[in-house]
Design a protein around this ligand. Structure first.
Ligand SMILES: Cc1cc2nc3c(=O)[nH]c(=O)nc-3n(C[C@H](O)[C@H](O)[C@H](O)COP(=O)(O)O)c2cc1C
Length: 217
């Protein structure tokens, strides 16, 4: 193993801007939006990617990447198959955690909240904006289920494409959006000597007001 491969000795000195209770936005979604815009300006790859953590029926934590498609006063929205493993976990537990990471800026944002399905008109509207191939893909994939092989999936896609022909493709009932309504945020900014900044937001009144505090790194 050469030095470049040595995980134990790999160090990166974080010299980026700091974060303070006095400077952050009163509204955590506004603060998230600020960091998201800065991630875009910094050229971060897939800046709207996040890790969604759920709990399954055996109490195993399950994590996977998704793409966030909306951020507003209600919270964060994302889209997936409603019959997938993650959707079943979201439906049973009603809670989840999202983790955004923008490594070029040495930043992460952790969000915890309650989840609910997005209203159907919002899922319809988003589905209509998707590329046709993605729409057919949504119809073709029994997400999270075992399938015989890749050929099976491609044949199913082809069959769906022929069935739809040139017609507009409506959203399948088994596919749509989830909304995470945040209860807790933590903004983490890497700093020198591992004295990182951690600013947490919590709410007791469903986001009407937020308490902001600093956590030890
Ligand atoms: C960068 C990235 C973005 C992804 N975005 C989505 C997404 O928005 N929706 C989705 O259903 N799966 C997305 N996936 C795939 C998921 O990680 C996952 O494999 C899939 O949703 C099945 O998860 P589940 O079996 O836990 O339900 C993405 C994967 C990556 C790496």
């Amino acid at each position: 193993m050469n030095d470049a491969d040595d995980l134990a000795s790999r160090r990166f000195e974080y010299e980026t801007l700091g974060l303070d209770v006095a400077d952050v936005a009163a509204d955590p979604v506004a603060q998230w939006r600020l960091w998201y815009d800065e991630a875009i300006s910094a050229g971060c790859t897939e800046p709207n990617a996040f890790v969604l953590a759920t709990i399954d029926d055996q109490q195993w934590p399950q994590a996977r990447y998704l793409l966030v498609r909306g951020a507003d006063s209600r919270g964060f929205s994302f889209f997936t198959n409603y019959e997938s493993a993650k959707s079943q976990q979201l439906a049973v537990c009603g809670r989840a955690s999202m983790l955004f990471t923008w490594l070029q800026l040495h930043r992460q944002v952790r969000v915890l909240g309650d989840v609910q399905r997005l209203p159907e008109p919002e899922s319809d509207a988003y589905f209509a904006t998707r590329p046709r191939g993605s729409q057919i893909g949504a119809w073709s994939s029994p997400q999270s289920q075992p399938i015989p092989d890749r050929g099976w999936l491609e044949a199913r896609f082809q069959q769906m494409a022929e069935t739809f022909g040139d017609e507009a493709i409506v959203r399948p009932a088994f596919w749509g959006g989830w909304l995470l309504r945040p209860r807790l945020f933590e903004f983490w900014q890497g700093r020198p000597s591992r004295l990182h900044d951690r600013i947490a937001y919590s709410t007791d009144d469903d986001g009407a007001s937020w308490q902001i505090s600093r956590l030890a790194p």
